[in-house]
Design a protein around this ligand. Structure first.
Ligand code: ADP
Ligand code: MG
Length: 244
């Protein structure tokens, strides 16, 4: 069924062996929206993101990107060109410079010529505030700088939306701020983003909508202030206030 949403997930189920980890997830994301998913570990948050870009295939349910149903398409590379992904552990190639890491998707997947790819890589590294590190290798960068390379790499592909899976969870606390600032700026620029994080302050101030998940279900979703101040479920309050 066609949809006006940029991304729409309908009744998504996923199992690993006998364990059903997603028990019917439905959510939608419009162009320019930032939604943040929070919830305890092991609740299925990463599995949702991995289902979207088919790192694992959904067991049942439908996912639409604009009006294309991507759950049944065989063209996985086309999906991955349109949906950026930022990983908890950065996922950088250690033998490539920051610039090389940003260029590789452009030259290998988009078949762009090297000069043009280099120009875009430098623009995107500048955009996340690390243009001066274009020629540095990951081993020469701090965790916060590495994650900003990860974000520049996603941006360079000009994706329709970007998924973030706990982008600051491997960072020392003093380095999380610089990454969250980049993400906040992207939200203000109108980038469409679906973010899994435990950073409640960020979720509260940046999310258009907050989604609280537990045990493979969405317990509650809505404006962050509503969930923080007047949640419908006791579990939402307990979870949000345990962490803040
Ligand atoms: P979250 O991101 O909320 O911490 P996950 O989506 O990573 O949760 O995991 C949900 C459940 O699925 C957990 O019980 C986890 O152990 C299990 N799981 C995740 N990935 C795999 C996998 N590749 N094989 C088997 N079980 C997995
Ligand atoms: Mg996870």
């Amino acid at each position: 069924m066609p949809t006006k949403h940029l991304l729409k997930i309908e009744d998504l189920h996923h199992s690993f062996g006998d364990e059903e980890v997603l028990k019917g997830i439905s959510l939608a994301l419009d162009k320019g929206e930032t939604k943040v998913i929070v919830g305890p570990s092991g609740t299925g948050k990463s599995t949702i993101l991995n289902n979207i870009i088919r790192l694992v295939p959904p067991v049942s349910g439908k996912i639409y990107l604009e009006d294309v149903e991507i759950t049944s398409t065989k063209k996985i590379n086309q999906i991955r060109q349109q949906i950026g992904f930022v990983f908890q552990d950065f996922g950088l190639f250690n033998h490539l410079t920051a610039k090389g890491n940003v260029m590789i998707g452009l030259t290998k997947v988009k078949k762009m010529d090297k000069k043009e790819a280099e120009k875009i890589a430098i623009e995107e590294l500048d955009r996340v505030g690390i243009g001066n590190y274009a020629n540095s290798y990951p081993s020469q960068l701090s965790g916060g700088q590495k994650q900003r390379v990860g974000i520049a790499r996603a941006l360079a592909m000009k994706p329709k939306l970007i998924l973030f899976d706990e982008p600051t969870s491997s960072l020392d606390p003093e380095l999380t701020g610089e990454v969250l600032t980049v993400m906040k700026n992207l939200a203000q620029e109108g980038m469409t983003m679906l973010i899994v994080t435990h950073e409640m302050g960020f979720a509260r101030t940046v999310a258009d909508e907050l989604i609280f998940m537990e045990g493979g279900h969405i317990v509650e979703q809505g404006p962050p202030e509503k969930l923080f101040k007047n949640p419908e479920h006791k579990r939402t309050r307990e979870f949000l206030f345990k962490l803040t």
